[in-house]
Ligand binder design. Structure first.
Ligand code: FE2
Length: 486
């Protein structure tokens, strides 16, 4: 990357890292004490553009780079590695020249690309999770599921099961049920049937892959799982289908079109899906889903006002428009609950909290089960900067918050439960933080029971790292493979 770029998404908090590091706590400064019972790995993905971009660069275009910190016996080892996708390797082979445009300029594509649009590079820079002893990295526009080595983070190509689902690929936000070891995933596309749904078994083999019919091309981002069901999204914020027929991709919020949520048995197909209607909205990320009596409960961050807000004003450039589009305050994003009654077919909706938050997370072992705590990220108004964390007690309404401070921006956190934890906040909240005052990055460790108290330990990383996308915690007993079912 040239260093003199004036693109705000390639400098400052978004400045890419150009070096791969390996460092342990013998060389990294630790402020406080790393808990002895913190055992596992925190992995966070990012868009870390490696070559000068073709056309207008969107902050979701950059090459994937994972940052990981492995904890054991009160010590920590940090690594960051570029995800060596096919597109990245081709660009390296051409001497470091971008060969694919990003998501905003599909018309510039000279080569066939990846993703639902088929024009951009598969950057694998959005999501990362552990499944069956391997890391899985993907991009949200549906690409190939990249396999990263759990110990070294080196790219090992595409998962074997991923080779069986091409050309449809996988969206970000696959979900692992740690009780059974199964991983559920979906994709979306611009041609009929517009979606697929699948399950990878705890052995890492494709166990289920089935087409899901939608009324047209859609642009979903997340899905939910419960003990018995998967919840798929058909939301009224997507490319205008008439313009799409003319080759023009214009994201539009169809305010009169209901949201639809398809509840399908874990190994069900299109004939078994039950669609529930709800108010028009868009959703990026769910907190958690579970079954309760006749109901399936789905919690997540709703966007009241999806779409491009107030664009095209005098003096605005493409970066101003991107910033407004990503600003969670413009989209009015907040915690919300949908209740789908499997007996009556009715949907009940309710706001949980009006405060703007996103990136809601729970501990891995809580996914798909009744739960109490959601840990959400707070955003600095006016930009895509993660300013703090808010903990919701969804049972009694209590709230806690911790803000990182002026010019200090965090990442999607993870909850690392203590071994043998019997409460879902009995453990630690981890996040990577970039401090623009000190020009450094750190890993923060907070007590998940008392996030308001601030960090119990801070580990200063060997480099300042770029703003991140999604993250995961890999428990020590899941590093080699999924647990045996009880
Ligand atoms: Fe996401």
């Amino acid at each position: 990357m040239p260093e003199d770029t004036d693109n705000p998404y390639l400098r400052g908090l978004f400045r890419p890292v150009d070096t791969e590091y390996t460092a342990d706590t013998d060389s990294m400064t630790v402020i406080g004490e790393i808990p002895q019972d913190l055992n596992g790995m925190y992995v966070r993905n990012s868009h870390n553009q490696m070559h000068a971009p073709m056309g207008t660069y969107h902050p979701f275009d950059g090459d994937g780079m994972v940052h990981a910190i492995r904890f054991e016996d009160g010590k920590a080892t940090y690594r960051n590695r570029v995800i060596k996708t096919v597109g990245y390797l081709a660009e390296q082979a051409m001497g470091g020249k971008s060969l694919w445009p990003g998501m905003l300029e599909p018309h510039l594509a000279e080569y066939r690309g990846w993703g639902a649009m088929g024009t951009m590079k598969d950057n694998a820079g959005v999501d990362v999770m552990a499944h069956a002893g391997k890391l899985v990295a993907s991009m949200s526009q549906c690409g190939e599921p990249y396999h990263l080595d759990m110990d070294t983070l080196e790219t090992k190509g595409v998962h074997d099961w991923g080779k069986l689902i091409q050309p449809f690929g996988i969206c970000s936000h696959f979900k692992v049920d740690t009780e059974t070891g199964e991983m559920m995933f979906f994709n979306f596309g611009e041609t009929y049937p517009y979606m697929h749904y699948g399950v990878v078994g705890r052995d890492g083999q494709l166990a289920h892959f089935t087409p899901i019919e939608l009324p047209g091309p859609r642009w979903p981002h997340d899905m939910g799982i419960t003990k018995n069901y998967t919840i798929l999204h058909d939301l009224p914020y997507h490319f205008d289908p008439e313009l799409l027929n003319q080759g023009v991709r214009k994201l539009t919020f169809f305010k009169e079109q209901p949201s639809r949520f398809g509840i399908v048995p874990r190994y069900g197909d299109n004939s078994e899906i039950r669609w529930f209607e709800a108010k028009p909205c868009f959703i990026l990320h769910l907190s958690n889903c579970y079954e309760q009596g006749d109901e399936v409960i789905m919690d997540g961050c709703i966007q009241r006002r999806p779409g491009k807000p107030q664009v095209g004003q005098q003096g605005e450039d493409a970066h101003d428009r991107i910033r407004k589009h990503l600003d969670k305050h413009n989209t009015g994003t907040h915690m919300y609950r949908w209740r789908f009654n499997l007996r009556t077919g009715q949907t009940i909706e309710e706001t949980i909290d009006d405060e703007v938050s996103e990136f809601p997370v729970v501990a891995n072992d809580i996914v798909g089960r009744p739960y109490t705590y959601s840990f959400n990220t707070l955003f600095k108004p006016g930009d895509w900067h993660m300013a703090g964390v808010k903990k919701y007690n969804l049972t009694n309404g209590d709230q806690q918050r911790y803000e990182y401070g002026e010019n200090r921006f965090g990442s999607e956190p993870v909850i690392a439960l203590r071994p043998g934890a019997t409460e879902e906040d009995d453990g630690y909240l981890l996040t990577f933080l970039t401090d623009m005052n000190e020009n450094q990055s750190e890993c923060l460790i907070l007590d998940a029971k008392d996030v308001a108290a601030g960090p119990i330990a801070r580990i200063i990383l060997p480099t300042r790292i770029t703003n991140g996308t999604h993250a995961t915690w890999v428990e020590a007993d899941r590093l080699q493979g999924e647990r045996l079912p009880a």
